[in-house]
Design a protein around this ligand. Structure first.
Ligand SMILES: Nc1ncnc2c1ncn2[C@@H]1O[C@H](COP(=O)(O)OP(=O)(O)OP(=O)(O)O)[C@@H](O)[C@H]1O
Ligand SMILES: [Mg+2]
Length: 246
């Protein structure tokens, strides 16, 4: 479904991605793991056309998208839930969802999708007329995901959905992601919460300073001493935060 080959993205003179190649097959849940500043968000922003790669190619369902406008990429069916959720804090839950459906011409369809979102996340229905910024972090994350789902994307990009959530809410959000995946959504998930992410993913890529340095299934990555050491509870693993500190 998605294929990136040799992608290099710069911010001015700073090279953030050093020839990244990765693939997401239809129906898969693929995760990208890596520490702060590794380039995880840049990969997602490059896919959605928010930044343009200097080199390399990106294909989505056989179509080249690396020179396309962000809005055209959305129209092809790629949804993006950015880092820190970025909901419209001043607007209500309902208004946020309406904004998510901005490309839908029929009001009925917007309503239909909203009902679906409320079905997935009953708490959002309760809060539908509430200002979004006043909700808890977990609820805001559910709203951010629902907003992206308003256009029924073929591929959903999630940028650290567990960021800043309490352990209990983290479990909720991963359960939600697992459900979405089970229901047939193809997902590319960026995370630092390695244990949770790898457990639900079909395939994982480990990114360090703009380069993919390992990739494989959960079992394959478990076999890698470096991954175990840095991510999964052995060696220099950060037990308290359960995230990679390396
Ligand atoms: N707008 C920008 N201008 C300049 N440099 C940037 C910009 N955005 C990111 N960078 C740099 O690009 C590199 C990759 O950043 P990116 O945000 O993709 O990392 P990340 O893996 O998502 O990190 P985090 O876990 O903190 O979200 C970092 O060195 C960062 O400082
Ligand atoms: Mg990031």
């Amino acid at each position: 479904m998605l294929k990136m080959i040799g992608v290099e993205t710069f911010y001015g003179k700073i090279k953030a991605l050093h020839g990244v190649s990765l693939e997401v097959l239809e129906g898969q849940l693929v995760c990208i793991l890596g520490a702060n500043g590794a380039g995880k968000s840049t990969i997602l922003k490059t896919i959605t056309g928010l930044v343009e790669p200097e080199y390399g190619t990106i294909h989505f369902n056989g179509q080249r998208i690396d020179r396309m406008d962000a809005e055209d990429i959305i129209k092809l069916g790629i949804g993006h839930v950015p880092e820190w959720r970025r909901i419209f804090a001043e607007l209500t839950v309902k208004e946020n969802l309406q904004m998510g459906g901005f490309l839908l011409k029929e009001k009925d369809l917007i309503h239909e999708r909203m009902v679906e979102a409320f079905h997935h996340f009953p708490i959002l229905e309760k809060r539908k007329d509430q200002q979004a910024g006043k909700m808890s972090g977990g609820e805001q994350q559910m709203l951010a995901i629902s907003r992206a789902l308003m256009l029924k994307p073929k591929l959903l990009l999630l940028d650290e959905p567990s960021l800043g959530l309490s352990p209990l809410l983290v479990q909720d959000i991963f359960a939600t992601i697992k459900e979405l995946h089970k229901a047939g959504t193809t997902i590319l998930l960026v995370e630092q919460n390695v244990n949770h992410a790898l457990k639900i993913a079909d395939y994982g890529y480990v990114l360090t300073t703009g380069k993919i340095f390992l990739s494989g299934t959960y079992e394959e990555l478990l076999d890698e001493e470096k991954v175990r050491e840095q991510y999964l509870g052995e060696g220099k693993y950060n037990r308290r935060a359960k995230v990679w500190s390396g």
